[in-house]
Each structure stands twice: as structure tokens, then as C-alpha cells.
Design a protein around this ligand. Structure first.
Ligand code: HEM
Length: 191
């Protein structure tokens, strides 16, 4: 943000409205998504106690686990709209040049052809490439930061609070869904 402000002050390259919209994007794209990763990731581990135990016993698995949590049920369910550059036929659907497509990365991340037993959470899975951060020129700008934040959050949580557990019945945890994101209303825990 400091660099963006410096560029705006330098002169012609960025005007004030572009600066404000870029900073707004960074704050919204960068804050809620990562908070959701930490909360939903914890919830998924509570839902899979054997995976949670394995992770607690092997904290060096945290980076692999974060990738798997992103793949299995990450905070972004779809990416920004894409527009077809040419007519095409996809899975029996006829798509015309210029048509808008909403790509559901949540579904792609469970593609059985890419990930065996894709409906299972496996924190040791070697996830080569998932789509939780999107794809192509608009792929998430903050992915490296989000990964570091996820690694730090889960390592610190499990190190400091080894008895971390859900303090309400799992069915009382409420999810919030929008077109492109998902998270939890709250996650009451004991430790
Ligand atoms: C777990 C955390 C995060 C997830 C799951 C996530 C996911 C995504 C997704 C799916 C996209 C759209 C990509 C596409 O359309 O192909 C995106 C774009 C973006 N993200 Fe993230 N994000 C996360 C964290 C962050 C952070 C920490 C920042 C910044 C500090 C950030 C900044 C952005 C920006 C600026 C874009 C727009 C990129 C563009 O349109 O060129 N994100 N993110």
C-alpha cells in the first residue's frame, strides 16, 4: 500500500480513485478470505479428528495440510467471470463467443480425474495444483501471503492450544455462502 501511495504521489501513473479502489480490493480480497481459511480449515479438522491428531503430531505437515484444506473446501467457491473467445462445446453445452462463464473452482477441486478419492480430506495429499486461488492472469495476487498466513495460523494454534476443540455440536455451526465465497458465522471453541 505504501508503494501504491508513493506511485500515486509521483504523478501520472495512478490517480486517486484508482489508488482507493486498489487499496479497497486488497483489504477485502486479502482479509475475509484468509480469516475464512483459518475458521473453515479448523472446522474441517474438527470434522476429521484422525487428521487433526496426525497434524498435531507432525506440525511439519502444516503447509501440505493448508493446500489440502484449500482444495477440499477453500474459501473461494468460484472465480471472476470469464468470457468465451470462440464458440465451443463443453460437456454437452453449446457456448457462444462472448458468453460469460462462471467457473466453479469448488467443483473443479473435487475432480476425481485430478484427485483420487477427491471427497476425502487427506492432509498428506501431494496436491500438485488446485484452483482455490483461481487460474491464469487473474490468479490471486495474495496467494503466497495467504499460504504463509495459513501456515503461521495453524502452526501457532496447534502449538499453543493442543486441546483446541469445538465447543458446540457440529450441526450448530452455521456456514455463510455467497456466489463466490464461503465461511462460518462463528466458530465457538474450547482449549
Ligand atoms: C486463503 C486466502 C485467499 C483465497 C482463497 C483467495 C482466492 C482468490 C481467488 C479465487 C481469486 C480470483 C482468481 C481468478 O479470478 O482467477 C483471487 C483474486 C485476488 N486476490 Fe485472493 N485469495 C486469498 C487471499 C488473498 C490475499 C491475502 C490477498 C492480498 C493481500 C488477495 C488479493 C487478491 C487480489 C488483488 C485478487 C485479484 C487479482 C486479479 O484480478 O488480477 N487474496 N483471490
Amino acid at each position: 500500500m505504501s508503494q501504491l501511495i508513493a506511485i500515486e504521489e509521483e504523478g501520472e501513473r495512478l490517480d486517486e480513485s484508482e489508488l482507493i479502489s486498489m487499496i479497497t480490493l486488497l483489504i477485502f480480497a486479502g482479509h475475509e478470505t484468509t480469516s475464512n481459511l483459518i475458521a473453515t480449515g479448523s472446522m474441517m479438522l474438527f470434522d476429521h479428528p484422525e487428521q487433526l491428531d496426525q497434524l498435531k503430531a507432525n506440525l511439519h505437515l502444516v503447509p501440505t495440510a493448508v493446500e489440502e484444506l484449500l482444495r477440499f473446501n477453500g474459501p473461494s467457491t468460484s472465480v471472476g467471470p470469464r468470457f468465451a473467445k470462440e464458440d465451443l462445446e463443453l460437456a454437452g453445452q453449446s457456448i457462444k463467443k462472448g458468453d460469460m462463464l462462471l467457473v466453479m473452482v469448488k467443483s473443479a477441486n473435487r475432480d476425481e480425474e485430478k484427485f483420487s478419492n477427491s471427497d476425502e480430506l487427506d492432509i498428506t495429499r501431494d496436491v500438485h495444483r488446485h484452483l482455490a486461488f483461481g487460474f491464469g492472469m487473474h490468479m490471486c495476487l495474495g496467494a503466497p501471503l495467504a499460504r504463509v498466513e495459513g501456515d503461521i495460523a495453524f502452526t501457532t494454534l496447534l502449538n499453543r492450544l493442543p486441546n483446541l476443540r469445538l465447543s458446540i455440536p457440529p450441526e450448530e455451526v452455521n456456514w455463510q455462502f455467497s456466489l463466490s465465497s464461503q465461511g462460518l458465522e462463528s466458530l465457538p471453541v474450547s482449549f
